[in-house]
Design a protein around this ligand. Structure first.
Ligand code: ATP
Ligand code: MN
Length: 482
C-alpha cells in the first residue's frame, strides 16, 4: 500500500479520500487525536481516531514513538491549530513503543545534554528534525553553488600520507598490533611493515591535494569529513567534522574574500527559502532559550533577523594590524577582562578577541586579513611590502557573531623558492612535499582558497549553541558512542 508524505498532505488544497500515512506517534490526546510525524516536515498531521470502534487494547498502544499506519479521508480540520486532519477508517500499529521505557519524555523538557546521550532518538524531536533537515539543505546548497559556477567537486583522500599540513593534531591510522608493533633497528615502530609501508593519518584538510587539482581544473571544491584530535573540549570543535574547501587558480586574496562572502550569503539565502518552517521553529526555540538568560547576555536579534542581516550587509574587511590596534585600545583589554591581554603586534587572536571584534565592536561578520607570518601556515603567500620585523601573509579568517571563526583561508605562496625557504625554516623535509612543490615547478600561478567548517555554518543557521547538536553523532574527546 502506497503512503503519502505528511508534507504533501499538509500542502493539499483539497480534501482527498483514502490517503495512507505512515509515521511515528508524537502525542495522543483525549483518546481521539493522534499527532503523527514522518520526518518530511516539522508539522504533525492530526489523525482523528474513531475510538468507539477501536479496541481499548489498540488505543493503549498509541504511545509516543510507536510506528503507525493510518488510512482515512483527508478533510478540513474542525479544530483550531491545523488546517487538515485525517478521519481515520483504518489504523495499524506497525511497531510498538513501550511508554515506560521510551527515554524521551517531552513533558519533562529534556535537556540538550540528555538528548545528546540519546543521539539515536533525539532526531525524533522537533528541534533535531529541523536541524537535520536544515543541515541537509545546506549541504545541497553548497554543491548547487559551486556546480552552478562550474567548479569541479574533488574527493581528496581521507587517509593521508602527508603529515606536513600542520592544521591540527592527527589521528594515526595503522593496521599494526598496538601492543606488539614491529620495531626497526633504532627501536622505533617499523612503519615499513605497516599496511601502507609508511606512517599514515586521517586527513586534517584536503587543501594541499585540492591545490594540485585547481592547478589543472581551475576551480575545484572538496566537501568531506575531516579529523582533528583536538583536545580542547569546546562548543565549537569536533574531532570529526565536515569541511568545504574551494580552491581557485588565478584568484588573489581579494577574489578569495569575494568568493567566500558570496558563497556564504548564497547558502544562507537558499536555506531561508527552502527551510521556512524549520527556521521559524528554530527562531522561536532560540527566543525561548534567550528568555532564560540574564538581560545583558541576550542577543539583540532573533535568529531570522541575524540570518537576514548577513544577507543584507557586506562583511567588514579589516587587516590584522588594524584589529590589533582596536583590541589594544578596547575596554576589556585595558580592564584586563580578556584572559589573554593583547600587548603587541604579532599576538595570536583567541576566540575572546575574535568575538569582541564581531559582537561588540563591528557588530557584523568580519574578514580579518594579512596576519603575521609567524602565526599562520607555511603555504600562505608572503606579502612583499611588509617590514622585515612585521612580515605578514595573505591570510584571511571570517569571523561570525556567536561562532567566531567560520572560515580560514589564504592566497597560496606560488613562488617555489619562497615556499622552499619556508619549509626549510620549519624543519620539514622537502621530500615529503615533493608532489606539492611540483605545482610550483610546473606552471605555477597565483591561486587561493579557503576552508569552511560545515558544522559552524549549521550552528549559525540553526541558532544552536553547541556544535555537538548540529551533527548526527558527534565525535569529541572521550565520546565516540554510536
Ligand atoms: P579554530 O581556530 O577555530 O580551531 P582553525 O584555525 O584550526 O580553527 P582551520 O584550520 O583554518 O581552522 O580550518 C578551517 C575551518 O574549519 C575553520 O574556520 C572552522 O570553521 C573549521 N574547523 C576547524 N577546526 C574545527 C573543529 N575541530 N571542529 C569543527 N570545525 C572546525
Ligand atoms: Mn583549530
Amino acid at each position: 500500500m502506497k503512503h503519502t508524505k505528511i508534507k504533501d498532505l499538509l500542502n493539499s488544497t483539497k480534501p482527498i479520500d483514502d490517503v495512507i500515512v505512515k509515521g511515528w506517534v508524537r502525542t495522543f490526546r483525549n483518546n481521539q487525536f493522534l499527532a503523527i510525524n514522518d520526518g518530511s516536515v516539522i508539522h504533525n498531521i492530526q489523525a482523528v481516531i474513531d475510538f468507539e470502534n477501536t479496541s481499548a487494547d489498540t488505543l493503549k498502544r498509541l504511545t509516543t514513538s510507536a510506528a503507525v499506519l493510518v488510512k482515512g479521508n483527508l478533510t478540513e480540520s474542525q479544530g483550531a491549530g491545523q488546517k487538515h486532519e485525517i478521519q481515520v477508517k483504518h489504523l495499524e500499529i506497525l511497531g510498538d513503543s513501550d511508554a515506560e521505557k521510551y527515554p524521551i519524555q517531552l513533558k519533562n523538557k529534556p535537556s540538550l545534554e540528555f538528548l545528546r546521550e540519546n543521539a539515536h532518538l533525539r532526531v525524533r524531536t522537533n528541534a533535531f528534525g529541523a536541524i537535520m533537515r536544515v543541515r541537509s539543505v545546506l549541504s545541497f546548497a553548497i554543491h548547487q553553488y559551486f556546480q552552478e559556477k562550474g567548479f569541479v567537486y574533488v574527493n581528496t583522500p581521507i587517509i593521508t600520507g602527508s603529515d606536513a599540513e600542520g592544521a591540527g593534531e592527527m589521528f594515526h591510522v595503522t593496521s599494526l598490533p598496538i601492543n606488539d608493533a614491529p620495531k626497526n633497528e633504532e627501536g622505533a615502530v617499523d612503519y615499513k611493515q605497516d599496511f601502507f609501508g609508511k606512517e599514515t593519518n586521517l586527513t586534517v584538510s584536503g587543501q594541499l591535494e585540492a591545490e594540485t587539482y585547481a592547478m589543472a581544473l581551475g576551480q575545484v571544491y572538496t566537501f568531506g569529513p575531516t579529523f582533528r584530535a583536538e583536545n580542547s573540549n569546546t562548543s565549537r570543535h569536533l574531532a570529526e567534522f565536515w569541511m568545504v574547501e574551494p580552491e581557485v587558480a588565478f584568484n588573489d586574496l581579494d577574489a578569495n574574500m569575494d568568493l567566500a562572502e558570496d558563497f556564504i550569503q548564497y547558502v544562507i539565502k537558499y536555506a531561508l527559502e527552502r527551510c521556512e518552517d524549520d527556521l521559524k521553529f528554530l527562531d522561536q526555540r532560540l527566543t525561548d532559550e534567550e528568555k532564560t538568560k540574564p538581560m545583558a547576555e541576550r542577543s539583540e536579534m532573533s535568529l531570522l533577523a541575524k540570518l537576514n542581516f548577513v544577507l543584507e550587509n557586506n562583511f567588514k574587511r579589516v587587516s590584522y594590524t588594524e584589529a590589533i590596534e582596536i583590541l589594544k585600545n578596547s575596554k576589556p583589554n585595558k580592564n584586563k577582562k580578556f584572559n589573554y591581554i593583547i600587548e603587541e603586534w604579532g599576538a595570536d587572536l583567541q576566540s575572546e578577541h575574535e568575538r569582541f571584534l564581531v559582537e561588540k565592536h563591528f557588530k557584523c561578520p568580519v574578514i580579518l586579513f594579512d596576519y603575521p607570518a609567524k602565526i599562520k601556515a607555511f603555504y600562505m603567500r608572503l606579502n612583499d611590502d611588509a617590514p622585515q620585523d612585521r612580515q605578514t601573509v595573505r591570510a584571511m579568517d571570517i569571523l561570525f557573531p556567536g561562532i567566531g571563526e567560520i572560515v580560514g583561508g589564504s592566497q597560496r605562496e606560488e613562488r617555489l623558492e619562497v615556499l622552499q625557504q619556508k619549509i626549510a625554516d620549519l624543519g620539514i623535509d622537502e621530500k615529503e612535499l615533493w608532489w606539492y612543490l611540483d605545482t610550483r615547478r610546473f606552471g605555477t600561478a597565483v591561486h587561493s582558497g579557503f576552508g569552511l567548517g560545515f558544522e559552524r555554518l549549521v550552528l549559525f543557521v540553526t541558532g544552536m549553541g553547541n556544535i555537538r547538536d548540529v551533527i548526527p553523532f558527534p565525535r569529541t574527546p572521550q565520546n565516540a558512542e554510536f
